[in-house]
Design a protein around this ligand. Structure first.
Ligand SMILES: [Zn+2]
Ligand SMILES: [Zn+2]
Length: 114
């Protein structure tokens, strides 16, 4: 029933706006080659226009050993993104909670550096 579906979507959007600070992601296991930026952290830096300072995980203060990790947003989107994570979080199999000011840079090089 299409009406019900619309109603459901509205409720979902409301939930999102009441909780804007939280973005959940999971790591994607991938063997994608590095792009023309050299590595995926550079890729993120290039399109964020300022370099990463901390791991993107909301409570993590790791500043060193950051990598550009391939992640997927759990709630709203199937696309692959690059965000900076510390080496520990980039290997995590759990859902990660991400700071809402972190920019998600598409991993698809056709949209970015390709
Ligand atoms: Zn790139
Ligand atoms: Zn971390």
């Amino acid at each position: 029933m299409p009406q019900r579906k619309d109603g459901y979507k509205l409720i979902k959007m409301k939930e999102k706006t009441t909780n804007p600070g939280i973005i959940k992601v999971k790591n994607i296991k991938t063997t994608v080659k590095e792009c023309s930026c050299g590595n995926w952290l550079n890729h993120w830096n290039n399109f964020n226009h300022k370099p990463s300072v901390f791991c993107s995980e909301i409570r993590c203060t790791q500043m060193f050993h950051l990598v550009g990790a391939h992640v997927q947003r759990i709630e709203d989107d199937e696309n692959w993104y690059i965000i900076p994570l510390c080496s520990e979080h980039s290997k995590s199999k759990d859902e990660l909670v991400i700071n809402n000011f972190v920019k998600f840079i598409p991993a698809n090089t056709k949209e970015t550096c390709g």
